[in-house]
Ligand binder design. Structure first.
Ligand code: PRP
Length: 183
């Protein structure tokens, strides 16, 4: 019934996600100091839940900011068109910036964001993504921190949507085909 009834299988259960996010937090703690005071840039909307959990594990002083980028329409395949819907509030010149993404698929979004942010002269620019689909890559982007490499399946949950729904699921799941058939 409801949202969960549309899920064919759970790809990454909640406990596995949380354990890996704790590990990513430890790796990020080992990378930055209080003096670095990194700015975590959450790429909306998909990364909001990941950011919220990830920062609970951070021990160094840091700030957060948000950017909204859109590359997908309502369907399951990237249109390849990248747009900034919401830009950062902060000036990042001289700042240590960590981009927080939910998923890297073709790499187009991240390629656009990193090229855009580099023109603003940050002191450093790193990328942390929860998920990566290496088999779908069209542009070679190299994230510094990766939670899970996953196969080429359309995934939802933990921030990721299908037609703006399913973001609230606490796990990463695969939808039943009938849900997106005809898209
Ligand atoms: C998703 C995801 C990444 C991007 C990855 O965003 O959050 O930003 O696609 O795909 P790519 O590597 O092929 O560019 P989406 O456009 O679906 O927006 P949303 O996060 O607001 O759902």
């Amino acid at each position: 019934m409801g949202l969960r009834g549309d899920v064919a299988k759970v790809l990454i259960p909640e406990e596995t996600l949380q354990a890996r996010i704790a590990e990513l937090g430890r790796a990020i703690n080992a990378t930055y100091t209080d003096e670095d005071r990194p700015l975590l840039v959450c790429v909306l909307k998909g990364a909001f839940m990941f950011l919220a959990d990830l920062i609970r594990y951070l021990e160094m002083r840091h700030e957060i900011d948000f950017m909204e980028i859109s590359s997908y329409g309502a369907g399951t395949v990237s249109s390849g068109v990248v747009r900034i819907l919401l830009d950062l509030e902060q000036n990042i010149e001289g700042r240590h910036v960590l981009i927080v993404e939910d998923i890297i698929d073709s790499g187009r979004t991240l390629d656009y964001v990193t090229r855009n942010l580099r023109t603003r002269n940050p002191a450093s620019l790193r990328v942390c993504t929860l998920l990566s689909k290496p088999s779908r890559r069209e542009i070679d982007v190299l994230p510094d921190f990766v939670g899970f490499e996953i196969p080429d399946e359309f995934v939802v949950g933990y921030g990721l949507d299908f037609a703006e729904e399913y973001r609230n699921l606490p796990f990463i799941g695969v939808l039943k085909e009938k849900v997106y058939a005809g898209q």
